[in-house]
Design a protein around this ligand. Sequence first.
Ligand SMILES: O=C(CO)[C@H](O)[C@H](O)COP(=O)(O)O
Length: 230
Amino acid sequence: MKTTGGTDAQKRRAAEAAVEAVEDGTVVGLGTGSTTAFAIRAIGDLVADGLDVRGVPTSFASRELARECDIPVVDLDEVDAVDLAIDGADQVATTDGALVKGGGAAHAREKMVDAFADRFLVVADPSKTAETLSRPVPIEVLPSARTTVAASVSDLGGEATLRRAERKDGPVVTDNGNLVLDCEFGAIADPESLAADLASLPGAVEHGIFVGLADAVYVGTDDGVEVDEF
Ligand SMILES: O=C(CO)[C@H](O)[C@H](O)COP(=O)(O)O
C-alpha cells in the first residue's frame, strides 16, 4: 500500500522546508511515513541545537523515531493545543489540498492530530500530486466489522480489500488493534461527500480522506520546494 514514487532528496527538501515553520516553545504534531521521518530528524537536529518543542506522535513508529532524535514526546490528551502538525500523504489534490492518507495505517491518529493542529503542513513529492484523488482509500475497521464495512463500501460503488502484512501471515493490525480495508473507488469526484458516507459506516473507526484540513502543501522537487497554501 505504500507509495514510494518520489526520491529521498525530494522528500527531504519538502520536510526540511516545512520544519522551518516550527517555533520555539511549541507543540508539534509528528506525522507518519518516510517523508515525515525527514521532518522528525530535522526537528531532532533543532532540538540538539537548543529548540524547545514537544512532539505529539501519530504512530508507534513516529514515537520511536522522535525518541531516537531526543524530541520530548507527549500524547494528544496531555496537551491543550497542537501549534503545528507536519505529515505526509499518499495523494494530494492540487486544487484544494484534499488528501488520501493511511498508507502506513496510521490515519486515525494522524487525523486526530492534524485536525486539532492550528496549522497543518503536508509534505510530499511530485509523485503524490494529482488533480483528482484516485488512490484507494484506507478504512480502519473494528475487526468484527470488516465484512459489513466491505459490503457497505461495495454499495457505495467501491471495492474493499483487506490489507495483508508483508512480513507476517495475516492482516495488518493497526496501532489501535484494528484492521484496514483498502477501498478502490476509481477517480473520486466529490471527496467531501465520500468522506461523509464512509464516516457514517458502523464499525469504521476512521477513513483516509482528509478534506479541508491541510493549510499548506510542500512538494519537494529535484531543485527546490513548491508551496501551495489553502
Ligand atoms: O498516511 C500516512 C501513514 O498512514 C503517510 O503519511 C503516507 O502513507 C505517506 O507516507 P510516505 O511519506 O512514506 O510516502
